[in-house]
Every structure is written in structure tokens, then in C-alpha cells.
Design a protein around this ligand. Structure first.
Ligand code: ATP
Length: 230
């Protein structure tokens, strides 16, 4: 459903993405791995055209995204949950969801409250009064009620306690199993290995590895080469 080929992107004169290729099929959970600064966040931003690419091709549901504004890409069914969450601190949990919900989404507000019972308990709390983990849950819930076909998640477990990380892992599995595909940017290798149907690694702005869960699990050399600190 998502095909990225030879993606290039610049920040000013810095040539950050120099050939990122990846695919996500319907109902798949694909991970995007790489060291700090490899270009993972930039890849998500370039797919959404928040940073318009300077080369390569991105297609979603068979449609070339070249020239499209980000809001039109979102309407096709791509939703990005950014690293710093961006929820409205002066609105309640429920209000944050109400402004995002699409009546046609398979995920309505009561459904995401079923997925995240903690949010249901805190539905009247202001966004500013949530813990980091709860804010992350709300950001994901808000993306889901907009009815995406594919969720782009940027380091959703970063800085969260292990018990919350485990809850999120289960939740991502349920989201995928109910038919919403996920492209997951994640530094936590254990999380990636629990969840990924396939894995993609980028290094210095280029795709250097794509493999199935089984191939990646068996390949210690690739993990040492691209994912450990140099
Ligand atoms: P991390 O895991 O640290 O978030 P990442 O793989 O997501 O890393 P990016 O955030 O995509 O990496 O950054 C890729 C490169 O682009 C880095 O060298 C970074 O310094 C640079 N960069 C990121 N954002 C900007 C920006 N707004 N302006 C200029 N350079 C940027």
C-alpha cells in the first residue's frame, strides 16, 4: 500500500535522505530502524510531504503523492504520530478525540477507549495533566479515530516506563490485527523484534537492509553493523 523508492530530502543545503526505499503492505507492521541521526524522522516527514522530497517517489494506495499537500495525503489514509505528540494541553482527553474523529473511521471514540482503558479513566482530564505514556496513548488514539489505513509512528516508546512499553506493544499488535497497517520508527530493538513483520534499516540517509522477521532475527551481523553505537 505504501511504496517509497529512492527518496531524497534536504534540510537547506544538507542532503539528509540519499536513497530511502521501503514498502508497507496492507495489514503489515514494518519497522524502520537506524542509529540516531540516520534519517528516520526525516523519512516520515518526507513521506507526509511536511518536508517535500527532492528526489525519488512515494506512492500510497497506487497514487503518486508528488505535489500533494499534506492534508490531502492525510485524507488518503496516512496518519503520522510525531515524536513530540502534539496533543492539545487545554482540551480534555475526550475533546482531543472529538476534534479528530471521522464518522467513517472503524475506530470510534468508544473503541479507542476500549483499546486504552487508561484514557477512558482519564477522559475528562486535560491533555496537560497526562503522564508521558498517557500522552503517547492519546496521540495514537487521536490518529486512529481519524480512520487511517496506515499509521506512521515516530519512536512511540521513547522515555516510557517498561510496563507502559509492554502495553503499547500489545496495543500495536491489536491495531495491526484489526487491519490498520503500521510503519514503526523505533530505537528499542526488543520492541521491533516482537512486532515487526518486516524490518528496514537506514544508515546515513540510505536504506541498507530490508528483511523478514525471521531473516532479521537470525542476522546478528546486520544488527552489529547498523544498530550498535560506533
Ligand atoms: P533520532 O533517532 O535521533 O530521532 P533520526 O534517524 O530520526 O534520529 P532525523 O531526525 O531524521 O534522524 O535527522 C537526520 C539528520 O537531519 C540529522 O543529521 C539531523 O541533525 C538533521 N536534521 C533533522 N532535523 C533538521 C532540521 N529541522 N534542520 C536541519 N537539520 C535537521
Amino acid at each position: 500500500m505504501l511504496t517509497v523508492e529512492g527518496l531524497n530530502a534536504h534540510y537547506g543545503k544538507s542532503h539528509i535522505l540519499q536513497g530511502v526505499s521501503l514498502t508497507v503492505g496492507a495489514g503489515e507492521l514494518v519497522t524502520l530502524l537506524g542509529r540516531n541521526g540516520a534519517g528516520k524522522t526525516t523519512t516520515l516527514r518526507a513521506i507526509m510531504r511536511l518536508l517535500p522530497p527532492t528526489g525519488g517517489r512515494v506512492a500510497f494506495m497506487g497514487q503518486d503523492l508528488a505535489g500533494m499537500p499534506t492534508h490531502a495525503i492525510a485524507r488518503l489514509g496516512l496518519a503520522m504520530v510525531p515524536e513530540h505528540r502534539g496533543i492539545f494541553s487545554l482540551l480534555s482527553v475526550r475533546e482531543n478525540l472529538e476534534i479528530a474523529v471521522d464518522a467513517k473511521s472503524p475506530w470510534q471514540i468508544e473503541d479507542v477507549f476500549g483499546l486504552f482503558p487508561r484514557l477512558a479513566e482519564r477522559r475528562r482530564n486535560l491533555g496537560s495533566r497526562l503522564s508521558g505514556g498517557e500522552q503517547q496513548m492519546l496521540a495514537i488514539a487521536r490518529a486512529l479515530v481519524s480512520g487511517p489505513r496506515l499509521l506512521l509512528l515516530d519512536e512511540p516508546t521513547e522515555g516510557l516506563a517498561p510496563v507502559i512499553v509492554n502495553e503499547l506493544v500489545e496495543t500495536f499488535r491489536r491495531i495491526r490485527d484489526q487491519g490498520t497497517a503500521i510503519l514503526l520508527v523505533e530505537q528499542n530493538l526488543a520492541v521491533c523484534m516482537k512486532l515487526g513483520d518486516r524490518h528496514t534499516i537506514i544508515d546515513l540517509g540510505r536504506t541498507v537492509y530490508e528483511g523478514s522477521a525471521a531473516d532479521f532475527a537470525a542476522d546478528e551481523a546486520v544488527k552489529d553493523r547498523y544498530l550498535t553505537l560506533r
